[in-house]
Design a protein around this ligand. Structure first.
Ligand SMILES: Cc1cc2nc3c(=O)[nH]c(=O)nc-3n(C[C@H](O)[C@H](O)[C@H](O)COP(=O)(O)OP(=O)(O)OC[C@H]3O[C@@H](n4cnc5c(N)ncnc54)[C@H](O)[C@@H]3O)c2cc1C
Length: 315
């Protein structure tokens, strides 16, 4: 079985979710004795995709930005050339845009947001906010899977692999990239973050977020928030996690002054370790927590910052 997997990059680096998709694709193809070809574009050293398990890379140098329609055409051409019967993408912005297009054009079954490797033609994925696992059977000749970010993990045990030039007729982009702005802050993108410090209405107002940012900085974490906080405008919308926001699965999720409503939990309950800080011992979040601190955030968080600073000073 040949598997092709799309790898996206940002600011000269492959995204964590792409490396995860490559790791997934490589493990899937290896499980049936096949090969894994990573497909990418632009001027980047793509041999590193071999460390995540790709056997080879096909790269279209002439393409400079990931436009959904162009990447669809690139993947269609790569599927035709390779004869791949398995196609993997990350369930990120570009994957969500490209996978359904591929599904229609190849008449191929699509399983979106998979967290587990396929067994035969069955792909498992979490449903109902992680409360159940669906076993999806794909009956088409070609299978397409998008991998839920932070669910499978990145394999870095491989070695650099060959990169071959690949060209496809991808047409012109409908979206023109006028400018790429590199974030001035050194903040970590939320979907990529290994650790997240998140806060809710318990923080009382936007002026109190300094300590959340400081704790996140000391821990090397990204910041997030509950929905009402972004709805009121205390924090930007891209920080909103939950059922209607971003779903994240970091190794560490610290929730400060968040009640733990079901809609919030839906986006964070895949986190490996959950720490809850809340002054109400009856807050529902404590039921989902690995560690709970019953206390006032305005007293607890400064103590955590001091402890993190003291720890960092010993490194
Ligand atoms: C259809 C739908 C979709 C939704 N989607 C989402 C979603 O995606 N994400 C999301 O987050 N919400 C979502 N919600 C809203 C959700 O139901 C909750 O209302 C919301 O999560 C509550 O936010 P919160 O915990 O910040 O605020 P609150 O519920 O007001 O809780 C604040 C918490 O802070 C604690 N607290 C107060 N002061 C302190 C202090 N000094 N120190 C420590 N703790 C303190 C309180 O004890 C309380 O537990 C959705 C709702 C609906 C109906």
């Amino acid at each position: 079985m040949k598997t092709i997997v799309f790898a996206e990059h940002l600011n000269g680096k492959f995204t964590k979710s792409s490396l995860e998709a490559v790791s997934y694709a490589s493990a899937w193809s290896a499980s049936v004795g096949g090969t894994c070809i990573a497909i990418t574009y632009g001027s980047i050293d793509a041999s590193v995709l071999g460390t995540a398990g790709a056997n080879e890379v096909w790269k279209m140098d002439a393409l400079s930005a990931a436009d959904g329609e162009q990447i669809t055409k690139l993947m269609l051409a790569a599927q035709k050339e390779s004869g791949a019967t398995a196609i993997v993408l990350s369930q990120d912005l570009i994957g969500k845009s490209v996978a359904p297009r591929l599904s229609v054009r190849l008449n191929a079954g699509l399983v979106s947001g998979a967290s587990f490797l396929p067994t035969g033609n069955i792909v498992k994925k979490n449903v109902f906010s992680g409360k159940a696992i669906a076993h999806v059977t794909v009956n088409s000749e070609i299978s397409i899977v998008t991998v839920l970010p932070n669910s499978y993990g990145v394999n870095a045990a491989g070695a650099a692999c060959p990169v071959n030039a690949f060209n496809a007729e991808v047409g012109t982009a409908r979206v023109r990239v006028k400018e790429v702005r590199v974030e001035e802050s050194e903040s970590i993108p939320l979907p990529e973050a290994d650790k997240v410090v998140s806060a809710g209405r318990g923080m009382k107002g936007p002026e109190n977020w300094g300590m959340i940012e400081e704790l996140a900085k000391e821990l090397g974490a990204a910041t997030a928030c509950s929905r009402p906080v972004s709805d009121i405008g205390w924090r930007p919308h891209h920080e909103h996690v939950g059922q209607t926001g971003i779903a994240i699965r970091p190794n560490l999720y610290i929730a400060v002054g968040i009640s733990g409503a079901i809609q919030h939990l839906a986006g964070v309950n895949g986190s490996k370790v959950i720490v809850v800080i809340n002054k109400d011992p009856e807050a529902p979040f404590f039921k989902a927590a690995d560690y709970g601190i019953i206390g006032d955030a305005f007293e607890v968080v400064p103590q955590l910052i001091a402890a993190a600073k003291a720890f960092n000073a010993t490194k």
